[in-house]
Design a protein around this ligand. Sequence first.
Ligand code: SF4
Ligand code: SF4
Length: 436
Amino acid sequence: MMELKHGMIREWGIVGAGGAGFPTYLKLQCQVDTLILNAVECEPLLHKDKEILRHYSPQIVRTLKDIADMVRASRIVIAIKKKNMQHRAALKSLPDRNVELFLLDDFYPAGDEIILVNLVTDRLVPPGKIPPDVHVLVLNVETVYNISRHSPVTHTFLTVGGDVPKPVTVQAPIGALIGDILTTLAYDSDQDKAMLVGGVMMGNLGSSREQPVTMTTAGLILLPLDHPLVRKYQRKSTTVTLIGSSCCDQCSMCTDLCPRFLVGHPVQPHLAMRALSMKNWEHELSKGCHYCSECNLCSLASCPLDLDPKEICHDYKTHHSSDIMHLDDLPLTQKKPYADERRFPLSRLMTKLGLNQYDQPAPLIQQPMTVTRVSIPLKQHGQHLAQPLVETGDQVRTGDKIADLNPPGPGVPIHSSINGFVRSVTPTHIEIRTTP
Ligand code: SF4
Ligand code: SF4
């Protein structure tokens, strides 16, 4: 059995597949007492983590134990929703009693690391801190699967769902174009549909079918152009700001149901809306939204006036760096005693978003998808652009290293995801085709 080392995990190009794509070798540079596998997957219509677990749970559990040795964790927990009985059964059948199952109700956003750590360990990650600060490490299912392969990451799992003939989960080469993925699945007649890339809650509206998928693309959800959710995503930010500043009645429903507020963080989106109406971003009121997770619950479900407090929080974070805002003076409060009663059931969220008719399983096609071209982004994680190691005309094979940080910094190398020839190298992408 191979002992895992940080250097190997960096060389395999592994980043967190469940969120912002933070380099995994850096995330593993900690010592904790509890390791949690985040198999909660609460984004509506996404099924890729469940599918990975369904097919690869023995190797994932083995790898979890290797990772636990690395970070000195004595407790290993698989957090999964109660409703996913078939996966629970698969995990229970494993001949291993050292891995605990933690079963969660079906609410959104159960997979938020801060919420999950609190539920599993009863510890509160302070605002601005990360789970290792309370001796817990949380890893996503696909990230652990990628570590289990002991080879470079070349493909990403994603669910293609929504208004499609048959939702599926696929393994697409990193850099595959969305249009090519839809064509391969014979869903290319859906040119008149809108695409939510990454999910309906935390994703964004796809701008083009020439857009490549990255290591962190968890799903492509197609919806009719006139679906209310699409209309909402299409609103211009100037409209969001103008309407928000004039119409918010300060009912505070957005705060009352905000998962981060309920767990004890100082996020109060209704105060950010008040600061917006006063046209004063610098105001103390808006500080707390620095700790907003952008789960989108307030904008897509809580606000009775259909306003967009999440976008206002996002704008605030974008324009005001945390280091100049003196956030330390924000009080850390306790988890609200009514937090559990205020969890937002996924079934209610699906109804509210008008997604019930699209709620179907998305079985994994185990054979990796083949495409004839990829456009691999050089910035797939963090802020740093990887430097190309290949030139136009070079022949490459799947898994060859084609870019890396120079000098090596907080990032990982990038590998070719198909066999082929480098067609072009730009400051942002490397295009590879199967033919010269
Ligand atoms: S829920 Fe909507 S109307 Fe109420 S305070 Fe929040 S943004 Fe304003
Ligand atoms: S998006 Fe809204 S509900 Fe979610 S954490 Fe931010 S303020 Fe709270």
